[in-house]
Write a protein that binds this ligand. Sequence first.
Ligand SMILES: C[S@@+](CC[C@H](N)C(=O)[O-])C[C@H]1O[C@@H](n2cnc3c(N)ncnc32)[C@H](O)[C@@H]1O
Length: 115
Amino acid sequence: MVWVEADITDFDSFVKYDLWHDRAVFHFLTNEEDRKKYVKCMDRALNSGGHIIISTFAIDGPLKCSGLDVERYSPEKIKNELGASFKFFKSISETHLTPSNNEQKFTYFYFRKIG
Ligand SMILES: C[S@@+](CC[C@H](N)C(=O)[O-])C[C@H]1O[C@@H](n2cnc3c(N)ncnc32)[C@H](O)[C@@H]1O
């Protein structure tokens, strides 16, 4: 097992993976340029057909997390962000209860890398 600690907007994986799993990271990227860098990094890190699970605050979820602004997503919105190289399959809603008993609406999105 290899652990890598990096800024996702400034990282190029030297290994290719079959699964990309992100819970509550992508939604912190409020800058379009950073989101493009994230998608490029993900694309380069995945094998063809690779599976992608990204979870973000839902489109009607909280506007902030840990005091920071977040971007919220619907299936249509995240499809536009990821682009044509990634095929959308499904989304699932989840209401997360924080340790301080606050509800946070999340959506999990499942894609696969095409080609
Ligand atoms: C709410 S936590 C989620 C942690 C964990 N994935 C989970 O589900 O419990 C958000 C995480 O996003 C990370 N993060 C935010 N911006 C990042 C970036 N540009 N590159 C890498 N990690 C980032 C933070 O360091 C933090 O660990």
